[in-house]
Design a protein. Structure first.
Length: 368
């Protein structure tokens, strides 16, 4: 595999066409665009009460992350995904709690997922609900991407951060899976439990909070955040689902998605983040998924100033950074997950991207 193009990153927080202050909310609706890299607060709204549980006044921590505390009064307000990462990093430091993200996710409910959560409540089956989440979360979160895979009699719900330079990806993964399990229990009954949970983070000194919440074996140092459960559960019919409400919600979400539009490069990043470690991801494959000709894909990307290989390397570098920082996964395993035939090829590529070998970068403890 040849990787000759160094990823180009723009780490500034901005939306197309106009600057956006981190200290003011972005109003988002059918007439407004949720920019790539931004999220509705939703689950993150639980950060304030989680900090108060530790006796910490949340406003000062939120301001230190560059955000206005008033944003957290309304879960529909929007912040940059990068700012969420900075805030969680500060929260872990202030509370001295390495599983702070898990606590935030524990507090959240299916309604923390906004309109998508309501659509899940009124879906016919659990499978329909999970697929609704996978298909529509982008109207509320353009910093991470969920996926559902069924292999034989096993279902795997995965959640991956895909924004460059994302801090606290491990905390975001913890919280995302925690609220996902809450949502699944809301739909299947409080007694529902996964078969196991996989987390892309180092083994914590105290694993008990994870066992208590997930009520299932938890495996750490994994490549992706995954909830594993029986595929037959996807056929579970959801009590109280209203077809008329479902139709109204689906129509409203389609209106939002149509007005929101989508940057092609962001679509590609989302696809690559969930496919890069498990499937072939050539430009032809991605063009096919986007229902366009390979030449059309190249032409549109050229117009945006970034080629397919550069975007692929950006996502490869992001995954590598997260795994090097947040886990103890061996270099050979990371290389294989990213599609390299040898660890030495991955090492050469990583050196081009960062100026360091993966071992040196991991040893210096760079932020994830």
């Amino acid at each position: 595999m040849t990787d000759d193009i160094r990823p180009a990153f723009d780490d500034t927080d901005k939306s197309p066409g106009r600057p956006i202050s981190l200290s003011s909310p972005i109003l988002v609706g059918p007439e407004r665009t949720l920019p790539p890299g931004y999220i509705h607060l939703g689950v993150a709204k639980e950060i304030s009460p989680a900090l108060r549980d530790f006796g910490i006044y949340p406003d000062s921590v939120i301001r230190e992350a560059g955000l206005d505390p008033h944003l957290f009064d309304d879960g529909t307000n929007v912040i940059p995904h990068a700012a969420l990462g900075r805030l969680l990093t500060l929260c872990v430091a202030r509370t001295n709690c390495p599983h702070f993200g898990l606590l935030v996710g524990q507090r959240a409910t299916i309604l923390s997922l906004g309109m998508v959560g309501r659509l899940m409540q009124h879906s016919e089956t659990l499978g329909d609900a999970v697929r609704a989440l996978v298909s529509n979360l982008s109207i509320q979160n353009r910093g991470a991407v969920p996926s559902l895979t069924v292999i034989g009699d096993t279902a795997l719900f995965a959640f991956s951060v895909y924004q460059p330079e994302a801090e606290s990806a491990d905390q975001i993964s913890d919280g995302s899976l925690a609220v996902s399990v809450n949502a699944l229990r809301a739909l299947c009954g409080a007694g529902w439990n996964p078969v196991e949970v996989l987390l892309p983070r180092t083994v914590p000194a105290d694993q008990e909070p994870y066992r208590l919440h997930f009520r299932a074996p938890v495996r750490f140092n994994q490549e992706t955040a995954v909830v594993v459960f029986p595929a037959r559960d996807l056929d579970h019919r959801i009590a109280g689902a209203d077809p008329m409400v479902r139709a109204l919600l689906e129509e409203r979400i389609q209106q939002i998605k149509g007005a929101q539009g989508s940057a092609l490069s962001d679509d590609i990043r989302r696809l690559l983040r969930i496919r890069l470690t498990s499937k072939r991801c050539s430009a032809d494959d991605i063009a096919d998924l986007l229902a366009m000709h390979r030449r059309t894909l190249s032409r549109r990307l050229k117009g945006s100033g970034m080629g397919y290989r550069a975007i692929t390397n950006e996502i490869r570098f992001e995954i590598a950074r997260q795994l090097l920082h947040d886990t103890e996964v061996p270099l050979g395993q990371i290389a294989a997950a990213l599609g390299y035939s040898e660890a030495s090829a991955f090492t050469r590529a990583f050196r081009r991207w960062s100026g360091q070998t993966p071992t040196a970068w991991r040893g210096e403890g760079h932020p994830g």
